[in-house]
Write a protein that binds this ligand. Sequence first.
Ligand SMILES: [Zn+2]
Length: 131
Amino acid sequence: MSANQLNEFQDLVSNLLLRHRSLLDVLSKFDQSNASVHRSVVKAVTECGCIEIHAHKQEITSEMSMEEAQEAIKSHVKGNLCESCLEAVSGQLGRNMFYVSALCNLLDLKLEHIVEEEAKRCSTLGLFNLS
Ligand SMILES: [Zn+2]
């Protein structure tokens, strides 16, 4: 997504936020949408079964190179989202982004700036500082 698309999305959210102008409403809707993202992923595992979780302790050490660590760290996900679950998870993530953008609007923050700053932070931090 380009910076311009982020700005357009933020403007669109601003125009649509007639009913949810209260910071408290937006915060609670943001929390609710976050829970819905989690729920859609959980349902992909427990109801559909298109993905499975195979979790175990990550076997990495601070002596590993970045390449070795990236090779060793597992996602714990087996399989891929089916079309239906992909649509459900994507939809919930989109709704969540709507409320992230709404929160930015209410607090006079630019989504574009936040994404740029986070990208800079990610590119300058080492693997073991990204938590
Ligand atoms: Zn599925």
